[in-house]
Design a protein around this ligand. Sequence first.
Ligand code: PEP
Ligand code: MN
Length: 388
Amino acid sequence: MVFIRGGGAGSEPVYEVVKTAQRFRQGRDKIAAFVFGGTEKEKVIAMIVNMSDSATEEQINHIIQRIREAGFQPHVTRGTERAIVAAVGSQGRRHEIEALSVAPGVDNVVAIAQPFKLVSRQTRPHPSVVDVAGVKIGGPEVVVIAGPCSVESREQLLDTAKGVKHAGATMLRGGAYKPRTSPYEFQGLGIEALKILREARELTGLPVVTEVMSTEDVDLICEYADMLQVGARNMQNFALLRRLATVKKPILLKRGPSASVKEWLLAAEYLLSGGNDQVALCERGIKTFETGMRNTFDLAAVALAKELSHLPVIADPSHGTGKQSLIGAVSRAAIAVGADGLIVEVHPCPERALSDGPQSLDIPQFERVMRGLSEPLRPLLVSLPAQA
Ligand code: PEP
Ligand code: MN
């Protein structure tokens, strides 16, 4: 007796199930039943309407309107030469978007195959630049963000801020609300830390990034910080992502310790599809079988994220290794593979740090790492063919 199940949940088409049944019949097996289950999965469609370089504003607006009429959400990207309008949604009529290839001002219409749509390079071929109170992440220069894991006191933060600024950092980090593995560990100073961060910003001019753990804290943190960090543990906190999609502050989105690059980019897609395109990704190491380091810094993921997405990528060698001694080497490697910036934990006295002391650099160590960043790589021993 054979049961054949199929034809549901977006799997094989019905005729495939029938063909399988016929094969069994030829083998003289008895067929008891076909079981069809589930419904076709709702599929998000994204298509890109590439406007020609001579398209007028009126023609672009016409396409935006037609995308809405066809039941999709329009997302416009204006490049220096031409505009791209993406049509995203699951309820729309795809053929109406395909037909726009002959509309005036349109160059061509293509489908985006990847599950992440608005973060994809197909939607925006050129790298995006995220502006954090004047500091540009994703431009020609590598940005260095430095500061303590946690804000512990006014003196600790102001000393660190002055030290890292003097060493060349262009942004300040510091945790006010800390995601700690144990509830008995230091949880952060909360609003008091936000006030100290604001003071450090006023003193040094360095824009500030700090972590937001809960939707409840979003408004308060927006008042104090220039950039909001979504921590690794919260990468798939979809309620938080949806809320942050509506704020007017840039977001630093850390990769979850067990998240694939695809899941990380889909988390970013929540922010962009909800209206916030000021997003920088942050690789901070993943869980592997290795026990010699706190996490395994996934160097190739930095390059892969840059290849798949237009969003800038920041490398976090502190959480990525958990070891002071490896910060310089991993920082240099991350820049070599295309990272747009670094986020490094610095503490005036790492042995006294209330969190992440073993991976924090003191100020002189940070100065040395900074100097090392611009040193050239080793020369290559190569034998090139003689020039004709
Ligand atoms: C941090 O930046 O101090 C932090 C907790 O990072 P992550 O979320 O990557 O662990
Ligand atoms: Mn930390």
